[in-house]
Design a protein around this ligand. Structure first.
Ligand code: ACO
Length: 321
C-alpha cells in the first residue's frame, strides 16, 4: 500500500511587500536582494490573519481539488513553527474550522522542513493501513518572528500556506521519504524564546529570529546535496530519472546549487522564491500546487521534494505524481 497525492492547494496573503518597499525600511537595494537571494517580493499576513486562517484556505482548495469532504479525512498534520496558540495545536484548530471530528490532528515543528516531516508521518500511517486519507499542510506566519529593522534577515521571509490530500492507493505515490536533523547546529538559526524559556528580548517584546546567514548557506548547500544522493541511492535511481525538482524556496543560489548537483536545467525546477521569499515550511507544498495547477507537473512524473531549516532539520520525498 502507498499514499498518493490526490489534491493540492495554496494560499498567499493579499498584502505584498516589494524590494522597493524594503528600500524605504532598511539600508538595502532591490539589486542586492535580487542578486543574493532571487527574491522580488513577499506576501505578509494581515494583522489579524493567523497560520490557521491561511491553512484553512489552502486546505479547502486541496480538498476541493481532491474531491473529498470533511468526513473523508482520517488525519490532519500541520507543519508549522508559528502556531496561532501553543495549544490547541493548529491541526485541532483547523479540524474545528473544517468540521472534521475525531481523527488525530497535530502539528509538527521542524522549521522549514515541517511539511516534509508531516508528509513522511502521514505517509507511514497510510502505508500501514491505519488510515486512508490525510490532510497535510505546511503553513507559516514567519513575518511575526522577523526583526523588520534588520536588513540581513527581513528581506528574506514571507508568509503563506500549502496543502495536499493523501489517499491510500495500491500504486505509488510517495515512494520514499528521508527525514533528518542535527541539533548541533541549533545556534545558527533560531528563535530565542518559547514557553518554558524566555529571553530578555521576549520580556521586552523585541524577540526576533536569529540567523548566521553565511554559515546557514554553506551547510544548506552541502546537506541538500547529500540528501539528493541519499534519495536516489535508496531507490536505485540515476539523477536523470527525476522529472521535477521541488526545492525549499529559501534562496535562488541554494536552489541553483541543488539543481546543478542533479544536472537539472532550471526549466525542470519549480521556482517561486522570487514571488514570495522564504515562506519556511509552506514553500514546498505551495510550489507543488502552483506547478500542478499550471499544468507543468503531470500524472506519472517523478518528483523530488527537499527542504532544509532551523534545527537543523532536513528531508526529502520522492514521489511518482
Ligand atoms: N542589503 C544590503 N546589504 C546587506 C543586506 C541587505 N539586505 N544584508 C546584508 N548585507 C551586507 C552585509 O552587511 C555584508 O556587508 P559587509 O561586507 O560590509 O559586512 C554584505 O552584505 C555581505 O553579507 P553576507 O551575509 O556575507 O552576504 P551573503 O552573500 O552571505 O548573503 C544571505 C546573505 C542572502 C542571507 C545568505 O547568506 C543566505 O541566503 N543564507 C542562507 C539563508 C537561508 O537560506 N536561511 C534559511 C534557510 S533555513 C530556513 O528556510 C529557515
Amino acid at each position: 500500500m502507498y499514499s498518493r497525492i490526490i489534491g493540492t492547494g495554496r494560499y498567499l496573503p493579499e498584502r505584498i511587500l516589494t524590494n522597493a518597499d524594503l528600500e524605504k525600511m532598511v539600508d538595502t537595494t532591490d539589486e542586492w536582494i535580487r542578486a543574493r537571494t532571487g527574491i522580488e517580493r513577499r506576501h505578509i499576513a494581515a494583522d489579524d490573519e493567523t497560520t490557521c486562517d491561511m491553512s484553512e484556505v489552502a486546505a479547502r482548495r486541496a480538498m476541493k481539488a481532491a474531491g473529498v469532504t470533511a468526513k473523508d479525512i482520517d488525519m490532519v498534520v500541520v507543519g508549522t513553527t508559528t502556531p496561532d496558540q501553543v495549544f490547541p495545536n493548529v491541526g485541532c484548530l483547523l479540524q474545528a474550522r473544517l468540521g472534521i471530528h475525531g481523527c488525530a490532528a497535530f502539528s509538527v515543528e521542524a522549521a522549514c522542513t515541517g511539511f516534509i516531516y508531516a508528509l513522511g508521518i502521514a505517509d507511514k500511517f497510510i502505508r500501514t493501513g491505519e488510515i486512508r486519507t490525510a490532510l497535510v499542510i505546511g503553513a507559516e506566519t514567519i513575518s511575526r518572528m522577523v526583526d523588520w529593522t534588520d536588513r540581513s534577515t527581513c528581506v528574506l521571509f514571507g508568509d503563506g500556506a500549502g496543502a495536499v490530500v493523501l489517499r491510500a492507493d495500491e500504486e505509488a505515490g510517495i515512494i520514499s521519504t528521508h527525514l533528518h536533523a542535527d541539533g548541533k547546529y541549533k545556534d545558527l538559526l533560531y528563535f530565542p524564546s518559547g514557553v518554558s524559556k524566555k529571553s530578555k528580548d521576549f520580556l521586552a517584546g523585541t524577540d526576533t529570529l536569529v540567523m548566521k546567514g553565511n554559515e546557514v548557506f554553506k551547510v544548506a548547500v552541502s546537506t541538500l546535496g547529500r540528501i539528493v544522493d541519499e534519495t536516489l541511492a535508496a531507490n536505485n535511481l540515476d539523477k536523470h530519472d527525476i522529472d521535477w525538482l521541488i526545492p525549499h524556496q529559501a534562496n535562488m543560489r541554494i536552489i541553483r546549487a541543488t539543481a546543478r548537483k542533479l544536472d537539472m536545467p532550471l526549466e525542470r525546477v519549480i521556482v517561486t522564491v522570487h514571488e514570495h521569499g522564504n515562506t519556511s515550511t509552506a514553500s514546498v507544498p505551495m510550489a507543488l500546487d502552483l506547478a500542478v495547477r499550471d499544468g507543468r507537473i503531470k500524472r506519472g512524473e517523478l518528483l523530488l521534494l527537499e527542504a532544509f531549516g532551523g534545527g537543523f532539520t532536513w528531508g526529502s520525498a520522492l514521489i511518482r505524481y
